[in-house]
Design a protein around this ligand. Structure first.
Ligand SMILES: C[S@@+](CC[C@H](N)C(=O)[O-])C[C@H]1O[C@@H](n2cnc3c(N)ncnc32)[C@H](O)[C@@H]1O
Length: 196
């Protein structure tokens, strides 16, 4: 009996908290969605000179909020904060990447500007972002399209290596990295997205 009363009380309190604090509720949803999920693609790092090129293409400004969807070791969000002084959030589903990225942020001295969150990128609300950075896979970029279609007008998306199906890029450039001597494609879009 007492257990039932405690259970009901806890449920009511949590439901009330979720209603009163929607951002708290959405954070809990993001965490729940991320828990136990296998990454849709494994960690592979963008060379640093390609990162610099991506940020330049996005014309990142100090007052921008930059997201890296699948942030790996956090190099893109760290570079954005260091070079442009903007706020940035790196999301990753893999707890090892999250830990590594958080260490990188701390070590780079940008913890006042950068947050690393464990979350499934497909459960995120992207409406606050000014710049979205991607290095995923073509089918994952396509899967993200419904979320990217809700970006505010003028928001920029930059993807290392892969396009987004029928969504027409504004620009595609190639950069030969000094790190691996390989050409890297960089795709650029601005919101609202345009379909071919
Ligand atoms: C190719 S790596 C890119 C890392 C980093 N953005 C870069 O360019 O150096 C892709 C990252 O996406 C993460 N990832 C895969 N599926 C994910 C998902 N559904 N939600 C969040 N992160 C995911 C992986 O753990 C991995 O770290």
């Amino acid at each position: 009996m007492l257990r039932n009363v405690l259970w009901i009380t806890a449920t009511v309190v949590l439901a009330a908290a979720a209603g009163l604090y929607p951002s708290w509720a959405s954070r809990q949803n993001e965490k729940a969605a991320a828990r136990g999920r296998i990454p849709d693609v494994g960690f592979s790092a963008t060379p640093h000179d390609v990162v610099a090129k991506m940020l330049k293409l996005a014309e990142v400004r100090r007052d921008d909020l930059v997201y890296d969807l699948g942030c790996g070791d956090g190099r893109l969000v760290v570079a954005a904060a260091k070079q442009y002084g903007c706020r940035a959030v790196g999301y990753d589903i893999d707890p090892d990447c999250v830990e590594r990225a958080r260490r990188n942020v701390k070590h780079s001295g940008v913890d006042d500007l950068v947050r690393i969150k464990q979350a499934d990128i497909f459960a995120l609300d992207l409406s606050q972002a000014d710049v979205i950075l991607l290095y995923l896979l073509p089918d994952l970029n396509i899967r993200l399209t419904p979320q990217l279609e809700k970006l505010k007008p003028g928001a920029r998306i930059v993807s290392h290596e892969f396009g987004m199906g029928v969504v027409e890029p504004d620009l595609v450039v190639e950069h030969v990295s000094a790190e691996d001597n390989r050409p890297h494609a960089i795709f650029f879009w601005t919101a609202p997205l345009k379909k071919k």
